[in-house]
Design a protein. Structure first.
Length: 318
């Protein structure tokens, strides 16, 4: 028997939310798994800090630069254009006066990194044929009507060994868990299954994570191949189904919720998620000072804006 996602309207009118609540990106699912209330603030209420996140801005600018290199077959002439794409996005949020505030992730270091990635990419060109950049799509989840996981893959190549996709990741330090985490990443496994869906499993070699670390005086680039087994395919499907089942319970609870109640039962807090990547959750203060976040459905807390993430927009912070 097939389940079905149902979207109700209670005291919070879900129809006024610009996002489609049946469509979740793998990053949004990860947010929910970290803390359902975090997901309520970000996905449902659209609350976003009104100051830019440097790591997200730098990462998105880096993606745009790599896309430019790939679209121009990593020619030496493409270096200047790639760096310009990086700067055009980065300077929307951070001026030159801030460059010295960021020791590794800054435009000067990015410029050198782009030159290094151009030389590395050029070596691949004899055997790699570009299929597409910024591949956006949606995967319907079998067994749950209306449930969809969206994805956006950076670059897809056709190679002698099969279809290979590249996903760019930038960081400031290499931790022991960094590589191992990629093999269990919900996002990367979703990308691989999307490739299976598009090209057929037998034609797909896998995902390659193109990791770039930006230190104060040097950069390090490395690849991680991600290719889930058949057992992992089943695990991924079960994890996604469980997420949508749990989500449905929270949405049902949210439909009964009222702004004037002292506590919101839907989308409960997970206090183990208050700190991630050595940083406090951006919603920490408003979360612990308001047991019922529905008060923010028609008002903005200080320091926040209302903006819904659109995975199809190439110029939005990731």
């Amino acid at each position: 028997m097939q389940d079905k996602m149902n979207w109700h309207e209670g005291d919070l009118p879900l129809s006024k939310i610009p996002d489609r609540l049946s469509v979740w990106s793998s990053s949004e699912i990860k947010d929910y798994q970290r803390c359902p209330r975090y997901s309520l603030f970000r996905k449902i209420l659209g609350l976003t800090p009104d100051f830019p996140n440097h790591n997200l801005v730098f990462g998105t600018a880096w993606h745009l630069a790599q896309e430019h290199l790939a679209n121009n077959k990593f020619s030496e002439d493409s270096i200047e254009g790639a760096y310009q794409d990086f700067l055009d996005f980065y300077r929307k949020y951070f001026s030159e006066s801030t460059d010295l505030d960021y020791k590794g992730k800054n435009p000067g270091n990015a410029s050198l990194g782009i030159q290094e990635m151009q030389k590395e990419g050029l070596k691949k060109m004899p055997s790699h044929k570009l299929v597409e950049t910024e591949t956006y799509g949606e995967l319907p989840i079998p067994g749950i009507e209306g449930a969809v996981v969206s994805y956006k893959i950076d670059i897809v190549w056709e190679t002698p060994r099969g279809i290979v996709a590249w996903d760019y990741k930038s960081g400031a330090a290499k931790f022991s868990w960094w590589v191992n985490e990629k093999h269990t990443s919900l996002q990367l496994r979703t990308y691989v299954f999307a490739l299976f869906d598009i090209f057929g499993e037998e034609k797909v070699e896998g995902m390659i994570v193109k990791g770039s670390l930006f230190y104060t005086s040097k950069r390090e680039h490395f690849d991680v191949l991600v290719r889930p087994t058949l057992k992992e395919t089943h695990n991924w499907h079960n994890e996604i189904k469980r997420f949508f089942h749990t989500l449905q319970m929270d949405l049902d609870e949210l439909a009964k919720a009222k702004r004037n109640l002292p506590v919101l039962n839907a989308f409960p807090r997970c206090t183990s998620g208050c700190v991630a990547y050595n940083k406090i959750c951006p919603y920490y203060d408003i979360c612990f000072s308001n047991a019922n976040p529905l008060v923010f459905s028609d008002m903005l807390p200080s320091g926040f804006k209302r903006e819904y993430y659109d995975p199809q927009r190439p110029d939005q912070e990731r």
